[in-house]
Write a protein that binds this ligand. Sequence first.
Ligand code: MN3
Length: 238
Amino acid sequence: MKSSKNSRREFLKKSAVLALAGAALRIPGSDIMAEGFSSSAPFTLAPLPYSHDALEPFIDTQTMQIHHGKHHKAYVDNLNKALTDSKTTASSIESLMANMSKHSMAIRNNGGGHYNHTLFWNLMTPAGGGEPTGKVADAINGAFGSFAAFKEKFTSAAMSRFGSGWAWLVVNNGKLEIGSTPNQDNPLMDLSDLKGKPLLALDVWEHAYYLKYQNKRAEYVNAFWNVVNWGEVARLMR
Ligand code: MN3
């Protein structure tokens, strides 16, 4: 009977190892994460979840190439450099955001830049647009009265952000809210006025639209509704 006891022990050991592996794969705060984040520093630039031309004609190919390949890449590289230079460790991108008031401006700008863009790419899809259904529709209708009213309020947040920044739909203590942040700040940062878990994000920096839309931010915001990935919004909402 010794051998069967041993094999049972082996089995339990193996199960424990598998459970630990599962725990390690489950990144802290992963319920608020989009795909594409490395679990800890150094952070990496994930490929786009679609081709550069996939969002045409709403978001043009060249903008996507430069925005992802140059701007986002620079945020990742500069974030890693700023972390190394300041000997700052980061167990996850979320823990970095949550403690941002303790970090340098370089970590704030580039860490926010990395988080925001990773989220943004996943919140768009060539199969997107239209109106949300199910729980997303219910939550939006409950909070804003109608999808049209929600869209108007989000558009207004994107239009009224002076200079560079982001427009957001967040859930804060169970309540949906719309707002905006300057530069690369986001609602996960402890120092942000707007707080909550991001559900939808729109980059309103000029680099996000200038090649195609020049100074016409309103046309870019209007085009964005054609590529919104409501499935990802639903996933973030769970
Ligand atoms: Mn950008």
